[in-house]
Design a protein around this ligand. Sequence first.
Ligand SMILES: Cc1cc2nc3c(=O)[nH]c(=O)nc-3n(C[C@H](O)[C@H](O)[C@H](O)COP(=O)(O)OP(=O)(O)OC[C@H]3O[C@@H](n4cnc5c(N)ncnc54)[C@H](O)[C@@H]3O)c2cc1C
Length: 355
Amino acid sequence: MREFDYVIIGGGCAGLSLAYELEINDKLKEKTLAIIEPRGEYKRDKTWSFWKVFNHNFADCVIKSWNNFTINIPNSSHEIKNENFPYQSIDSGKFYKKINFKLAKNPNIFFFKDVNKINLENSLIFSSVYKAKMDKTKLWQHFQGIEIETPKDIFDDKILNLMDFNCEQRNDVHFFYTLPLSKNKALIETTWLSNLEDQSLMDYDLQLENYIKNNLHIKNYKINFTEKGAIPLFYPSLKNNDKTIYIGSAGGMTRLSTGYTFLNIQEHSKYIVKNINKIEKIKKFSLGKKYQFLDKIFLKVLKKHPEKMPKIFFDMFKIPSNTVIKFLSNKSNIFEDINIISRMPKLTFIKVLFN
Ligand SMILES: Cc1cc2nc3c(=O)[nH]c(=O)nc-3n(C[C@H](O)[C@H](O)[C@H](O)COP(=O)(O)OP(=O)(O)OC[C@H]3O[C@@H](n4cnc5c(N)ncnc54)[C@H](O)[C@@H]3O)c2cc1C
């Protein structure tokens, strides 16, 4: 069986981002790469959104960018403006197309559907695939989104709604998220923070239908696209070794308090490529101990007091927007962290911390 210098297991967001970064930095001129990906065809399956806190390789895959967003709780709405860090959405279909077009030109890059078709013995492996079954009793962010199109222009496409808590909470944390992609198209998502055992929370179609009718007051629309997912809000128990480096969600690139992963994957890819010749010897890339610690406490509060979370999120966004965005994108300094921590309900957090 054939051997390769590098093997990427999982040609999704992290696998393809890494392959692209290797390719554009000329690391695959004298090295070979095998990408293992079982899917039959690449098509739009996700919309990746984030605050653009640094430049990334996929500006041409951005379908929309906003400088204004709102957050709503019952009886209150707060509007936030930020010119420094636009909120961007990437169409995964455009992302896959761009990368695959680029990779196809390099004769040193090969695609396989099954890892058993190659010899891994002497390769450096990057894997975005979880081996073990994931624990459904833990906390997850699970959601379904639909892109709807209306016959008339009805959306204000200059402002997105990041979180709308005007909805049933059912003893968990639940909000809707509306991204107006144009004046007559919007991606609307129902999002839950809960375990994955409670099937009753997964009547997503009905939740979306009711929200669109009763909260957005839209009666006439068609659905162009549906996306569905569950992001683990806990770190996978996968450890890098001499031969395998985990990437993507499997490599701990998800920020646990938010589910944001896309930009962390881009940063991780750049780190790997910069250090590719000594990658086994250098420090493992991580989002930072500070955020791991703070997110752990935050999620403990969320689990114990789901009813308090709408107000906690709402109050957090009253802090100057540069600070909140940098904190949620793992780019805050100590003064910004203190600012965020000081706005949290102290007694609740202290009790949970010492429990
Ligand atoms: C619907 C959805 C929307 C999301 N939206 C956002 C967002 O807005 N912002 C954000 O920051 N994050 C978002 N995320 C989280 C995160 O960015 C994505 O999950 C991202 O795709 C993670 O990249 P990944 O490479 O780790 O996993 P994936 O992109 O899922 O890639 C894993 C790949 O491995 C392949 N695979 C599976 N089994 C095997 C196997 N046995 N062997 C080889 N390959 C295999 C799969 O086919 C897949 O292509 C979203 C997640 C989902 C599911």
